[in-house]
Ligand binder design. Sequence first.
Ligand SMILES: Nc1ncnc2c1ncn2[C@@H]1O[C@H](COP(=O)(O)OP(=O)(O)O)[C@@H](O)[C@H]1O
Ligand SMILES: O=C(OP(=O)(O)O)[C@H](O)COP(=O)(O)O
Length: 408
Amino acid sequence: MTSHTLNELIAEGVRGRYILVRSDLNVPLDGSTVTDDGRIKASLPVLKKLSDAGARVLVTAHLGRPKGAPEAKYSLKPAVDRLAELADFKVQLAADTVGDSAKEHAAALQDGEALVLENVRFDARETSKDDAERGAFADELVALTGSNGAFVDDAFGAVHRKHASVYDVATRLPSYLGDLVHTEVEVLRKLTTDTQRPYVVVLGGSKVSDKLAVIENLLGKADTILVGGGMLFTFLAAAGHKVAGSLLEEDQIPVVQDYLKRAADAGTSFVIPTDVVVASRFAADAEHEVVKADAIEESAFGASGIGLDIGPESASAFAAQIEGAKTVFWNGPMGVFEFEAFANGTRAIAQALTDTVAFTVVGGGDSAAAVRTLGFEDSQFGHISTGGGASLEYLEGKELPGLSVLDR
Ligand SMILES: Nc1ncnc2c1ncn2[C@@H]1O[C@H](COP(=O)(O)OP(=O)(O)O)[C@@H](O)[C@H]1O
Ligand SMILES: O=C(OP(=O)(O)O)[C@H](O)COP(=O)(O)O
């Protein structure tokens, strides 16, 4: 990758210029409280560097997956409030993304100040598959930078998204690689060019179809894939088991059956949980019990039971695999760790990663939040990446639109 860097932009001079920065401020919230500010802290250095150099910083970011229209629960306000607390320069939030509020606040911005535009995904054009629609939105974002603007992509967690604020703005402005993206890519490059084996990949979380797609290119690259979190139920269903009310992507069952068929020839083995924690409902205080993975419907909750964590036997089996590994990449919590009763699987995996001598990388907003919430320190892991899907797609060897668009 031979992109222009933020330091080159600073050397060119940014005082008084509008610099558009894509950050990843997609943090977990409990109501309006940020429960893990890791991504905000990781985004701050680039914003500060630009502020210190006198730029007028326009920040774009997304939060959650709103459906292309404003929705109060997806406002960036909690994230921006936290950013403003941490920053030693003025940070404001516009009430819209490219509307009157954004234009007025941008026009009033002083050197060294930052304005965060409201959630880019409040506009359906941000994520459109139609190039012209995304382009029109990108034009409106770029117009806020006046005649001498530039773009810095610092949102590592979103580099795998061909979205207007990630990709299309970079085709319209002189564009630069942010320091966070640079650091993340350097670590992952090392992991892919000099992979020490056995190489174990642990997958979980709730973005099931995104992550199932990634497995295609991990076959043959990873020695072992440990399957937990929401996706494990699609694996169980693919093996012919009933999963009651658990998260299930029915249309992905044939895809998983195909992976299972090809795994041995590809030299990759899957480890699927043998026991699961099943709950009566999706709640912190739900009744729950451990059952065999092939007997989920036989729990006390019958067909309405929901699998919310891997069981203790599976957690031990996963930990043993991790103990024997030389490289471990982990994305996606093993269960609904936000509820203490269903955090044990995730805790066991985090513990195994901290106990092993292997090089360990944890990727993903919620995975990083999980290890911190459960009391682990960042320094106990080889690297904590701000991007889950992004780092998985990098490890797959896929071209990432947010990176390739910055290539000179
Ligand atoms: N069995 C499960 N059922 C429903 N949700 C789950 C399950 N296991 C894990 N999750 C949820 O997955 C979410 C994180 O998923 P994801 O966004 O894919 O991870 P990351 O942000 O680390 O990439 C967590 O909020 C967690 O509660
Ligand atoms: O949270 C994110 O990704 P992750 O859960 O894979 O770490 C990024 O902010 C990207 O969000 P998206 O997966 O809704 O595009």
